[in-house]
Every structure is written in structure tokens, then in C-alpha cells.
Design a binder for this molecule. Structure first.
Ligand code: ARG
Length: 572
């Protein structure tokens, strides 16, 4: 794939500067910055040259600007800066052509071609309530998978289900006490049982011991314990799959912790050889230099059962052997930072240099999450409530004649899910945020529904205008507002790359808001001035060019929304 229009011009500008100054282009790469929009698109400050050239920066800028010619860029000096600005043409036609030829793939690239990235995400715990941090992981991970795929990476998305461990013991033993045998396939019931059993285990050591014992039987391959485990696991999985289907999330692999049952002994033996193991109060720990107060890495408890860390070590080695990844991302809440630091450290101490390619993609907490039903937040309740709240508004709009749709339910589902996705992904992933229904659902704010509406509006304009004509003259798009829309569109490929590099879907979210705002500014010009309407009357050539711009906006918005996992209804 060719480099994007934006980066091609940037490179040409950097190279022209380098040639004029007689230095390698790589030296100037980081010095060319986005310009203040009033002055252009790229800006090069000449201050650093003043000393060597013994000239004032404005004089340097003036003579540099004189000497530089880059086809398609207007280069001028402004004080100490050399600024470059896209000429109306061919920039305008190049951007429109790029979007038109790439369609839904616009924004992607090929920096990841031939590379593999493993993304461990979602990873809820079976038979436990799926918590909001799992949905954050699901949404961030899903969008990182989309971003990497768009850049040509081979993506191995793994749902590392928490399907092994003492919590099963709790559910199993809890079921004997509180379970309704007729509801053993009902996830909500399992969660109730788990919550009760967990409480009781905290207060009553003997009960806790029964749960541990059940897990020991699972690890010893006791058929009866395993049969019950499998039944509960299937019930949870059915429930999760329903949620994933609603969210449009798919995994390349569903491999939970239980996948590593029976595969841990060789890993423990390897660790025993290097860096070594130690016994501590009957438990087996990795022999590492620990910091003061740092809990040691436990491989086996004193009853011989394995732990979360043991299984993650086995999983990492297995994934490296199978996928030879260039990057492995663990999309997991920030409170597991120590676990991942230790995991990477043990692998390194084992001589596994590739552990440097693993990253904990941590994220902050969500506060204030509650539903009309109350405070124990089940993910399905959140999704149902999002849909129900949207449906109320959709129905109001239909009644008021403001909206037409044959499928109010389906539309409400798309808008509701989009609201939850965007409400989360617009935040920088490392920050905590407070969830508020109005904040995520309002059609006016910085929300998913607002962006979906902006997209649907472009579809609507295109429908009314009869679609994009086969030919049009792009040079007619000379209004500053039109050029601002084009510039926003042109930036998407750059933003996609930065978002993937920094694992920060919020960059895409912010870009979507920018593009929607630019388009809205442009679109509303027509309210004051009929000659500035997209569907301008009595000027077919201008209308044709404006429809082409509207179509490029539509495609770019759709591309960005899809990268975030948000549906793009054409009518709303
Ligand atoms: N199931 C874990 C939890 O809910 C998250 C697993 C994350 N992935 C991993 N490889 N440890 O806390």
C-alpha cells in the first residue's frame, strides 16, 4: 500500500529541507511539526540552526523557504518558521481518491505486514460475575485487534478465560448448599451461588477448606469434579458468547487457564534449572532477588496446587512457541501490574529474551457504574439498560416523526452498544473515569450516538443528492471549511498508526470527534448562505464536488467507528 497522502507530503518536505541544509533527512524527521492551522500544515523551526549559521532565525527561515520547492506544497517563511501548506490541488483530489479506492479500509496501512501480534483480552472468570473491568478489556482489546489488523499485522486474539482455580471449588461447594438443581444451567443463578459461597468462605475457614479441596480434586483429574466443572464452564461460556455476539467481538482463540492444566510441570522444571526455585513455608517459589515487601512469585501452594502465575508462565511460553509473536499485549486492569512485572521478569530470568516484546496494556477503573436494578453490576444488565434507554428515545423520535426505521429494536441495540463502546474508548485508557448514563447516551455530547448520527447524516445527504456523480472537479472544494474537512480526513492513516503504536484507541475517538466537528461546521454554513449548501441549487459542478467530499467523510467516519467496534447505521 502507498504511504498516506499526509505522510507522503511530510516526507517530501523533510527531504527538501534536508537537501537544502545538507544534512540527512533522519536528522530533521522529528523537527517537522504539525503547523498552527492558520499558518499551514507542517512547520519547521529554525532556532536550532541560528548558532551554527550565525544568522537570525527569521533570516534563515526566509532563505530556506526561498530555496525549497515541493510539488503540491506552498512553502513560506513566517518569522523563524518555515511553513508548508497543502496546495488546493492535487491534495484535494489525492485525498478523495485515496478514500474512494480504499473504502472501508481507508486509514489502514502495511507497517505490520509479516508481523504477528498476540492480544490477550477480555479473559473473564467463569462462574463469577463478569465485571466492568472485563468489558473494558474486551473493548480496548477488540479495538487494538482491529487497529493492528488494519495495519497488516496477523492478529492472534486470545480470550484467556479464568476457568481454573479455587473459585470453581466455591461454586461447586456453594451449589451443594445454596444451589437449585433445576437452575444449574443458569448463569445468573451460578453468580448468586458464587457470591454467597464467597462470603461464607471468608467467614468460615472450614467452608473455605472444602472449596480448596474441590479444586485439589480438579487438579488431580477427579472425574466427578471435572464433570461438574465442565458443566459450570459451559453455562458461563454460553452466557459470555451471547455478550460477545452482541458486542460483535470474536476471538481467534478461546484458551483459558485450564488449557495449561498438565502443561505446567515442564515449566516448573525449567525454572528449577534457571533461575531456580525455593521452598517457602511449604510453597514453591521462584528464586529471584525480591525487593523488600515484594511478595514472591508462587508456583505451587503448600498443598501442591498451581497458581495464576504458574499458568501464565506456561501460557506465555506456549504462545511464543506457537505464534513467534513480534508483540504480545496483555489487556488487563492496572491492579495486576505487579503480576505482569513479575511474569516478564521470571521469563527474562529463564533466558527468554522475547519477554521484552510483551507489554501489559493496563487500564484504569470505572467508577459510578450502576443500573436501575441496583448496584451489583452485571454486564448483561448494563447492555440491556443501554438498549432500553435508547429504545425509549428512538420511540419518542418515531412518534414525533423525526425518525423513520422499520427496526426500532435493532437500531436501539446498535446505538446502545455504540454508546457503551465510545463512552469507554474516548477516555485515555490509563485514566480512571466516572460512568454516567447521560454522558454516554446524549446525542449532543461527545458520544457514540452523536458520531453515529453524524455518519447517518452524511448518508442522508448522499441519498438526497443522488449519490456521488461519476466525475466531479475536486478543485471546486476551495472553501476553508471544506479544506478543513479534507485535512481531518487526511490525518486518519497517521492517527491509526499512532493509536496502534501506543495502544491508545482514544486517539481514534478524538479524531472522530474532530472530523465530525469539522463536517458539522461545514454543513451548517448552508443555514446562513444557500450558496454554501452541500446540495446547492443551480450549480451542478459544485454540488457534485461537495457530494464527493460528503462521501469521503462518510467513509472516513465509518472506518474510524468500525475500528472502535461501533456499528454504522445508515439511517437514524
Ligand atoms: N481472568 C483474569 C481476571 O479476571 C484476567 C486474565 C488476564 N490475562 C492473563 N494472561 N493473565 O483477573
Amino acid at each position: 500500500m502507498n504511504p498516506s497522502v499526509y505522510s507522503r507530503y511530510r516526507t517530501a518536505f523533510v527531504e527538501a529541507l534536508a537537501q537544502a541544509l545538507g544534512v540527512p533527512a533522519s536528522e530533521l524527521e522529528s523537527q517537522v511539526k504539525p503547523a498552527d492551522p492558520a499558518h499551514g500544515d507542517f512547520s519547521f523551526p529554525t532556532f536550532p540552526l541560528a548558532k551554527a549559521q550565525k544568522k537570525a532565525p527569521p533570516a534563515i527561515a526566509a532563505s530556506l523557504a526561498q530555496g525549497i520547492k515541493v510539488p503540491g506544497l506552498d512553502v513560506v517563511a513566517a518569522g523563524p518558521y518555515v511553513n508548508a501548506k497543502f496546495a488546493l490541488m492535487p491534495f484535494t483530489s489525492e485525498v478523495l481518491d485515496a478514500v474512494r479506492s480504499q473504502g472501508a479500509r481507508y486509514g489502514g496501512g502495511d507497517v505490520g505486514a509479516g508481523k504477528t501480534v498476540v492480544i490477550d483480552y477480555s479473559s473473564p472468570n467463569i462462574a463469577k460475575p463478569i465485571a466492568f473491568h472485563h468489558i473494558r478489556s474486551t473493548m480496548i482489546g477488540h479495538s487494538l485487534a482491529n487497529l493492528h489488523r488494519a495495519l497488516g499485522y496477523k492478529v492472534e486474539g486470545i480470550n484467556y478465560l479464568g476457568d481454573w482455580g479455587k473459585q470453581f471449588g466455591l461454586v461447586a461447594v456453594g451449589f451443594q448448599e445454596y444451589g437449585d438443581p433445576a437452575r444449574r444451567n443458569d448463569m445468573a443463578h451460578l453468580v448468586e451461588v458464587y457470591v454467597k459461597a464467597n462470603k461464607r468462605a471468608e467467614a468460615e475457614p472450614a467452608f473455605d477448606e472444602r472449596a480448596r479441596d474441590f479444586f485439589r480434586r480438579m487438579e488431580a483429574n477427579d472425574p466427578e469434579a471435572l464433570a461438574l466443572w465442565k458443566e459450570f464452564r459451559d453455562t458461563s461460556l454460553r452466557d459470555f458468547q451471547r455478550i460477545y455476539a452482541r458486542l460483535g467481538v470474536k476471538f481467534e482463540h478461546m484458551e483459558g487457564e485450564s488449557f495449561y492444566q498438565g502443561k505446567m510441570e515442564p515449566v516448573i522444571e525449567e525454572i528449577a534449572r534457571r533461575p531456580g526455585i525455593k521452598q517457602s513455608e511449604g510453597a514453591t517459589i521462584v528464586d529471584l532477588p525480591y525487593e523488600e515487601n515484594e511478595p514472591p512469585v508462587l508456583l505451587k501452594k503448600n498443598d501442591g496446587s498451581t497458581l495464576y502465575a504458574t499458568r501464565d508462565l506456561a501460557a506465555a511460553i506456549d504462545r511464543h512457541e506457537r505464534f513467534h509473536f513480534d508483540k504480545a499485549l496483555y489487556v488487563v486492569a492496572a491492579d495486576q501490574a505487579l503480576h505482569f512485572r513479575q511474569l516478564f521478569r521470571v521469563l527474562k530470568a529463564m533466558g527468554r529474551e522475547w519477554s521484552d516484546r510483551m507489554v501489559h496494556i493496563h487500564f484504569g477503573r470505572v467508577h459510578g457504574m450502576s443500573t436501575r436494578k441496583g448496584n451489583v453490576v452485571l454486564l448483561t444488565d448494563v447492555l440491556d439498560e443501554a438498549k432500553a434507554r435508547v429504545l425509549e428515545k428512538v420511540q419518542e423520535n418515531i412518534q414525533a416523526g423525526k425518525m423513520q426505521t422499520g427496526d426500532a429494536e435493532g437500531l436501539a441495540e446498535q446505538i446502545g452498544m455504540g454508546a457503551i463502546f465510545f463512552g469507554d474508548l474516548k477516555n485515555r485508557r490509563t485514566t480512571d473515569y466516572t460512568f454516567d448514563w447521560e454522558d454516554v447516551l446524549s446525542i449532543e455530547g461527545h458520544t457514540g450516538p452523536y458520531l453515529q448520527y453524524a455518519h447517518a447524516r452524511t448518508c442522508n445527504v448522499l441519498r438526497k443528492g443522488g449519490g456521488v456523480p461519476a466525475s466531479y472537479d475536486p478543485s471546486l472544494l476551495s472553501l476553508p471549511e471544506e479544506q478543513a474537512v479534507l485535512r481531518a480526513i487526511a490525518r486518519l492513516p497517521v492517527v491509526v498508526q499512532e493509536a496502534a503504536e501506543q495502544c491508545e484507541p482514544s486517539f481514534i475517538a478524538r479524531w472522530l470527534l474532530d472530523l465530525a466537528a469539522e463536517f458539522s461546521r461545514y454543513y451548517t454554513l448552508g443555514n446562513q448562505d444557500r450558496s454554501k449548501r452541500v446540495l446547492v441549487e443551480d450549480n451542478e459542478p459544485v454540488k457534485a464536488a461537495r457530494l464527493a467530499l460528503t462521501d469521503a467523510t462518510r467513509a472516513a467516519l465509518a472506518s474510524g467507528l468500525t475500528l472502535l467496534g461501533i456499528a454504522t447505521p445508515e439511517n437514524m
